[in-house]
Design a protein around this ligand. Structure first.
Ligand code: GAL
Length: 757
């Protein structure tokens, strides 16, 4: 979602909020919400909450949680990721469960291998980690279609994310399968799962769905209960009866907290998404966030009464295959505490120090009286005291240096002291200490990639397989069912004189190549906006219903215009290659319900302002149909002569057992390539695109986020140059395959290795 609407201040409601907050401030009456069934062989835990915290068996819990998506890392890496997280002071992990990952085809459910959520939860339990499961049905998360299976779009009569029968039927069916997998792992049945989140940030679409939307949200909470998912249910940024509503943001302001607590005086304050930076989109710069700002915000949140926070992401991982949402890069590094490869970063090691200090005192934070004062210097002081012990946090939220007695605090910094005045954590000096202790590991390229062979993807005119013929262009997803990014649209037109020709695609997505008479002449001009506006013209059946003002900003984001220069007089064959960049993650990207998502071409194409008809559509590349990445021998490879667009490349390389057994990470340096797909030993590593990062990021509000410690990598570098190769997918003899859409050879492509000595 966009940040502008995330950080909310509603001063007009503050007074009421304050009165309610004072009345309820020290309410410690625990509300029992769930109790597991008695089973002699299982530890049975009860989960409840009071206004200060989540309780397990009646005991308040400080949740130091990190989000990692099991779908974004190979299964072989899960144990290491969890071990490192424990060592770095987490006592909880959170993960979304992506519906489309577990129902890859309609009515085919898969919870095995890479999709074995039970195994992931077992590993968590073995490490004594609590788990927050964010089970959807809608997730968001920059995942293809926000986690939904793409078949949903084409269910007759469906409207997604509201009280609509065709939608509810599919949700219920999936939840029944999912609940059967999850039940043994609930805390109430002796497992690690203490909280389940349903839906996600519903308030960002609530206006579009009105009463029916609210009814749906309530229905999902009830469905989880009906399916005996009897731990505590939560929601974030959009509440529902029966669930604790949690908050998301880079920071959570005191005004925001006061307002939130006025709505929910007897709920604890839990931060479900603390963003340690941000995700990256093609054509924009990489996002970064200063770790000191994060620690300052955590201590500030604790001081303001928070009792749980979840880093989103703690480990971002990788969008392997075609799992990225529209425009999301293959890397989901997020500048997170564990890097894309799962290794602790400076940020992570620094936060580990914070966790140690906080965890050692969690009982005092949770069970003693909290008093907050604004000192004259501008410093905010919070103390927790139980008569015997005392903890003090000082924070400077201002933009200037503040001094109070012997204490000087830089802007946006914080310190934690114990009863004797001993410094337990300092957001500044602990950072320097971590910096001087960290050991860096370099990437090297010890294995040369050479002897590339090629196979040219045939142009549509040379293809003899079946195609679809129609007067109007047929929308791509209805042909591909999202099983490929590619679809050719072919036609012809006649010019009466030599000269410039104009081609307009009135509604189309995402990235197009225009071929005339078999030759690539031009292509789409990014950067694209992440939020592109409506996918269809308004008519009586499709009246616009905007969920917020931002959705109105971009009304023609799907329009494409191309100029072809010096076209000779006569008849010309036109082939347009449509390439998809992932399905949207949410309504706001297309200013409409997610079932209005479209790819390819779905309205008129004009040549010199005249509509052309009689189209031939060829979904899938021929190389995909032949399954080249798994069946190398299905085509005849030759030595490259000169670069051609739309070419498959292949090479093989060896790794010794010594290398394979070392503790190392692997990546492809894709320098010199344009745009396409990478495959290693039959696994699709992801989409690649060497497009330069020059824009600001998701929107211009990024310029104003310096106060949150956010920054951007230098402009002019590729948004993503390096591509994660999981060690688990490598062996002694390896096959690397590239499908390159543009006019490049892989001469500079390298395999890089980072060894942990
Ligand atoms: C939140 C959303 C997450 C993720 C995050 C940005 O708004 O709930 O799923 O998309 O933004 O990374």
């Amino acid at each position: 979602m966009q940040l502008k609407i995330r950080i909310r201040h509603r001063p007009n409601e503050l007074l009421i909020a304050l009165i309610i907050a004072v009345i309820s401030a020290n309410s410690t009456m625990a509300r029992q919400t769930s109790q597991g069934k008695q089973d002699k062989n299982q530890t049975v835990n009860s989960i409840s909450f009071d206004s200060r915290a989540i309780l397990i068996n009646g005991e308040r819990q400080l949740l130091i949680s990190g989000e990692m998506h099991y779908a974004r890392s190979p299964r072989e890496l899960w144990p290491q990721l969890l071990d490192r997280s424990v060592n770095m002071g987490l006592n909880c992990v959170a993960s979304y469960i992506f519906w489309g990952f577990h129902e890859p085809q309609k009515d085919v459910y898969d919870f095995s291998g890479q999709r074995d959520i039970g195994y992931f939860l077992k590993l968590c339990k073995e490490r004594n980690l609590k788990v927050i499961l964010r089970m959807g049905p809608y997730c968001c998360a920059e995942w293809n279609y926000g986690g939904y299976p793409s078949y949903l779009r084409d269910e007759p009569g469906i409207t997604i994310r509201t009280y609509n029968t065709p939608y509810l039927i599919r949700v219920e069916k999936y939840f029944e399968h999912l609940a059967a997998e999850l039940r043994p792992y609930l805390a109430t049945n002796g497992g690690p799962v203490i909280l389940i989140q349903v839906e996600n940030e519903y308030e960002s679409v609530a206006q579009r769905y009105g009463k029916e939307g609210k009814r749906y949200l309530k229905w999902v909470v009830e469905l989880a209960a009906r399916l005996q998912l009897n731990v505590q249910t939560i929601t974030c940024a959009g509440g529902a009866p029966g669930a604790i509503e949690c908050v998301n943001g880079h920071s959570i302001s005191l005004e925001g907290i006061t307002y939130h607590q006025s709505k929910y005086p007897d709920q604890p304050l839990i931060w479900t998404e603390l963003w340690p930076a941000w995700y990256d989109t093609w054509g924009y710069q990489h996002h970064l966030r200063d770790a000191r700002n994060i620690a300052f915000n955590v201590l500030n949140f604790l001081g303001n009464g928070g009792s749980g926070w979840n880093y989103y992401m703690w480990h971002g991982g990788t969008n392997f295959g075609r799992t990225s949402m529209y425009l999301q890069t293959t890397s989901y590094d997020f500048d997170a505490p564990l890097d894309e490869y799962g290794r602790p970063t400076l940020k992570g090691l620094y936060l580990a120090r914070l966790h140690k200090a906080v965890k050692a005192n969690s009982k005092i934070f949770l069970n003693s009286e909290r008093i907050q004062k604004n000192l004259s210097s501008g410093i905010k002081k919070t103390t927790w005291s139980n008569g015997k012990e005392l903890l003090t946090v000082f924070v400077n939220e201002t933009d200037h240096l503040c001094t109070e007695d012997n204490l000087t605090l830089l802007p946006r910094s914080a310190r934690l002291f114990d009863s004797e005045g001993k410094l337990l954590f300092d957001s500044q000096s602990d950072y320097q200490a971590t910096q001087s202790a960290i050991k860096l590991h370099e990437w090297e390229s010890p294995v040369a990639l050479q002897n590339w062979m090629i196979w040219n993807e045939p142009m549509p005119s040379a293809r003899i397989d079946d195609f679809v013929k129609n007067l109007q262009p047929v929308e791509q997803l209805s042909l591909t069912h999202d099983q490929t990014d590619y679809c050719w649209y072919s036609n012809s037109f006649t010019t009466t004189a030599k000269g410039q020709q104009k081609i307009d695609i009135t509604y189309g997505g995402d990235f197009f190549y225009i071929y005339l008479d078999g030759k690539l002449l031009t292509q789409s001009q990014p950067p694209f906006s992440e939020n592109r506006g409506l996918t269809m013209p308004e008519d009586a059946d499709h009246p616009y219903v905007f969920a917020n003002a931002l959705e109105k900003l971009n009304l023609r984001g799907f329009q494409h215009s191309f100029i072809l220069k010096d076209v000779l007089m006569g008849k010309h064959r036109l082939d347009i290659l449509a390439t998809a960049l992932g399905l949207v993650k949410g309504d706001w990207q297309i200013s409409g319900s997610m079932n209005t998502e479209r790819k390819g071409i779905w309205q008129d194409v004009l040549v010199n302002n005249k509509v052309i008809t009689n189209w031939e559509m060829r979904p899938f590349l021929l190389g995909e149909q032949l399954n080249i990445p798994a069946q190398l021998k299905s085509v005849n490879w030759i030595k490259p002569i000169k670069p051609n667009p739309c070419t498959w490349f292949n090479t093989s390389f060896q790794l010794t057992q010594a290398v394979l057994q070392s503790d190392a990470d692997y990546r492809i340096d894709a320098s010199g390539l344009g745009k396409g797909m990478l495959f290693m030993n039959g696994h699709m590593l992801g989409r690649y695109w060497l497009i330069e990062g020059n824009g600001y990021g998701p929107d211009e509000s990024w310029q104003n986020l310096a106060r949150e410690g956010l920054s951007l990598a230098p402009a002019g570098l590729p948004t993503q140059r390096y591509y994660h190769v999981p060690k688990a997918w490598l062996k002694e003899n390896n096959q690397l395959i590239i499908f390159e859409e543009q006019l490049n050879l892989p001469a500079k492509v390298k395999l890089q290795i980072r060894t942990m000595n």
